[in-house]
Design a protein around this ligand. Structure first.
Ligand code: SUD
Ligand code: ADP
Length: 296
């Protein structure tokens, strides 16, 4: 069973203060984009994971892999052994703020559910997703959604048209907990307001208005990501100089996202980013993209 799962960009990431459990309350507006991992589940004598793709060497193949954890959680719920081989064809940048690990968790869950004939309800799958990680429910759902709580409680959002993006992939990753930790450090002694989704941004998504969306993009983790990786400022500037409508760090980074007006502009901004030498590579994508999809 093969499942295709999209990456995401956070078009708004409003972050509240640290909670007693160490997480942060969010108003997290997710948008799925057309970069995909594929997870294939085949019967096996034991739980094993393999991975192929340009970043495959950065992906753990033990039980810490989110795909393996998904298979274990699903099997445990049904009192069966998680005997499955999971193969990940990875195209989503690793540790890049694009939720690649979350995508593989959601993909493995759907693939194992189909392979084992469990026919779990959407609610059951979403519950397991939330246990796997804050971003995993969105990887299952795709499209666009507002995530509240730690980002796992989703309300799907209407999107009125296609948006075009360029993603500049940085050398190396950034650790999500480290970026949240830097957010706390930068906000020490200040009152962090409760996170609220922007009505202007939700309206821009609903109407498919790229210019309005460009004006409303916001990521509260961006100062923290830039503090840990100052070189990202040059990447952001290179994309806007090349004609992007707007630029921001994708989630916890270090991937940077550039909203552009059309497919042609995407190609020229991607070429300019690569030529600038401020990123490892640039990828072109569109949104919204469908959530985890069983290909068969
Ligand atoms: C920042 C975001 C934006 O969508 O994603 P990335 O850009 O890293 O992909 C998410 O909030 C990341 O979600 P995810 O990567 O699933 O995080 P989890 O596994 O649930 O948590 C990892 C760690 O991140 C921090 N964390 C995560 C979510 C949240 N609302 N508050 C937090 O403080 C905590 O330190 C937690 O221990
Ligand atoms: N299937 C997976 N793919 C990628 N990384 C994974 C996976 N499972 C666990 N990880 C771990 O999660 C970390 C974060 O990876 P990823 O989800 O790609 O980034 P981000 O959280 O920035 O979106 C990686 O550094 C890796 O150690």
């Amino acid at each position: 069973m093969t499942v295709r799962v999209p990456a995401k960009v956070n078009v708004q990431l409003a972050v509240g203060g640290a909670r007693p459990d160490g997480f942060h309350d969010l108003a997290n507006v997710f948008l799925a984009v057309s970069l995909y991992d594929e997870v294939t589940a085949t019967p096996a004598a034991a739980l094993t994971v393999t991975c192929e793709g340009p970043d495959a060497d950065k992906v753990p193949l033990d039980r810490t892999n989110l795909a393996a954890r998904a298979a274990e959680l699903l099997a445990a719920r049904h009192g069966i052994a998680p005997d499955v081989h999971l193969h990940i064809a990875k195209d989503i940048p690793v540790a890049g703020g694009m939720a690649g690990g979350s995508a593989d968790g959601a993909g493995a869950l759907l693939a194992c559910d189909a392979l084992w004939g469990l026919d779990s309800s959407r609610e059951e799958l979403l519950e397991i997703c939330a246990e796997l990680g804050s971003d995993v429910p969105f990887s299952l759902v795709g499209g666009a959604a507002l995530g509240v709580g730690r980002g796992e409680r989703l309300t799907e959002l209407p999107v009125g048209g296609a948006f075009h993006w360029v993603f500049a992939v940085a050398d190396g990753g950034l650790s999500t907990p480290a970026v949240y930790g830097e957010f706390d450090r930068l906000n020490e002694g200040m009152t962090v307001p409760g996170p609220v989704a922007s009505p202007v941004l939700l309206d821009a998504l609903r109407t498919g208005d790229a210019t309005a969306l460009a004006g409303a993009l916001a990521n509260d983790l961006q100062p923290a990501a830039l503090s840990l990786r100052p070189s990202l400022a040059a990447t952001l500037a290179a994309g806007t100089d090349a004609g992007a409508l707007a630029a921001l760090v994708s989630g916890s980074g270090p991937t940077t996202a550039f909203l552009v007006k059309d497919a042609e502009s995407a190609e020229s901004v991607a070429a300019a980013l690569v030529a600038s030498g401020t990123c490892r590579t640039a990828r072109v994508a569109t949104s919204p993209a469908a959530g985890a999809t069983l290909l068969g």
